[in-house]
Design a protein around this ligand. Sequence first.
Ligand code: NI
Length: 138
Amino acid sequence: MSEIIRFGVSLEKDLLQRFDRLIREKRYTSRSEAIRDLIRQEMIKKEWEEGGQVAGAITFIYDHHKRNLLNRIMDLQHDYNKIIVSTQHIHLDHNNCLEVVAVRGTAGEVLELADALKALKGVRHGTLSMTGVEKDTG
Ligand code: NI
């Protein structure tokens, strides 16, 4: 872990009060923790804009009786095989399947696949969670 540096921040009283309210709502334990998170978020956003690598998961539910939909989901996953690390299929109940697609690639590619899957008619509760990853140096 790298060295921790303390630094002072000056800001308007109003802004600080609003920030403290936000911190409470988001249940941060300290201002430092909240500021660290904000800085990290901005860094990740910048990496994404510059085509940096991200890793994440696309999660969605669909009716497995719709065979045509099943084929389209499969086709899409083959189209994007370069960024798909693994796919986990869970048979939720008689009708519903849950799929978790682990992905790694540029933010643009990952967003494209997530949007395409979510846009399929019959795909429900599609969500994408992703985070920045550092380039592999090894
Ligand atoms: Ni299933």
